[in-house]
Design a protein around this ligand. Structure first.
Ligand code: SF4
Length: 330
């Protein structure tokens, strides 16, 4: 073939490839914006730069978007407004570091900090005004968010595959102004049927633990990472956690507990964004966006391993010291 003709055909093919890539990216961005809208976060990104500004020019794209390396080493160019939590989940974060809590006076809430902090984008990667929060940051800033509004936003949710097997959504229960919030992994069979978290045998044990701390169940708030029962009580999968956990984040922000006590590995790993096992995490204080977080074993684990109860009691005593609670008198 004539070299000039071959060069011309090659150039046209490259143009077609570029166009396909741009279309795919634009669809990706639209999907994420729809997802944000589903979560009730639209007001936080609606006034941002129009979508075409992100993908309009191939030459401008590197300056207007940030490149996020996924765990499979695929580098995907996404606008900063795409949920950073997804990027963070994909990037694999360093384990959260424990903090030390000295006394009950330390129970004052501090400004939001590290546990789920997204690394700042470099100036060259920023496409939005500095005052515009990212979608993830926006979740921290839903002023006046309430539990009823979060429940309403969940609706009759079909956002992840867990909806297929559920009987009832298990939103959470307890005091909306609780100082202490317990977070488990997901509903079991009894919870799925009743719509209440922790009502089976493990739930009864949790209630006993709460009473031993000198509290009633109604004094605390209890929620799970995912709101629908995983089949056969398996652990929630990563995509299910990624989809559902923003609602838990909003619940935490609405309740503003002084202490979060995570039960089992799933909730600790989700909130602290770590892969460390619960036996390494339990008994240590962590900071979760300004709230003290104490991981301990799940009551269901204690039913299988009663020998671990003293360890859990030690963890709960640390929580009691921070909250100024006295153990229940026998
Ligand atoms: S687990 Fe959460 S995201 Fe999935 S269907 Fe249930 S409420 Fe929706």
């Amino acid at each position: 073939m004539d070299p000039a003709k071959r060069a011309s055909l090659g150039a046209r093919s490259e143009v077609r490839d570029d166009a396909r890539t741009e279309t795919r990216l634009e669809e990706q961005v639209k999907d994420w914006l729809r997802y944000g809208e589903d979560l009730g976060l639209a007001p936080y990104y609606r006034d941002r730069a129009p979508l075409h500004a992100i993908t309009e020019s191939g030459a401008a794209a590197p300056e207007e978007s940030q490149s996020i390396a996924t765990s499979s080493d695929i580098s995907v160019a996404l606008p900063e407004s795409v949920p950073a939590m997804m990027a963070a989940a994909a990037s694999g974060r360093a384990p959260a570091a424990p903090i030390h809590v000295a006394s009950s006076s330390a129970s004052q809430k501090s400004p939001a900090t590290a546990a789920m902090k997204i690394p700042p984008a470099s100036p060259a990667a920023t496409i939005l005004p500095a005052s515009a929060p990212s979608l993830f940051e926006a979740m921290d800033r839903i002023e006046g968010d309430t539990l009823p509004r979060i429940r309403e936003d969940i609706g009759d949710c079909t956002r992840c595959k867990l909806h297929k097997g559920r009987t009832k959504i298990v939103f959470g229960t307890g005091n909306p102004n609780a100082d202490l919030m317990f977070v488990g992994e997901g509903p079991g069979r009894d919870e799925d049927l009743s719509g209440e978290p922790f009502v089976g045998r493990a739930g009864k044990l949790l209630t006993d633990m709460i009473k031993a701390m000198g509290l009633q169940r109604e004094d605390v708030y209890i929620a799970n990472v995912v709101k629908c029962r995983p089949p056969e009580n398996r652990l929630p999968e990563k995509d299910e956690i990624t989809t559902c956990s923003p609602f838990l984040m909003r619940q935490i922000d609405a309740i503003k507990p002084k202490v979060i006590c995570t039960l089992g590995s799933c909730s600790a790993q989700t909130l602290l964004q770590t892969a460390q096992g619960i036996s390494k995490l339990r008994g240590e204080w962590f900071d979760f966006r300004g709230t003290k977080l104490m991981p301990t074993y799940h009551p269901a684990y204690l039913l299988r391993n009663p020998a671990a109860k003293p360890e859990v009691w030690k963890d709960l005593q640390k929580v009691m010291a921070v909250l100024g609670l006295q153990p229940k008198k026998r």
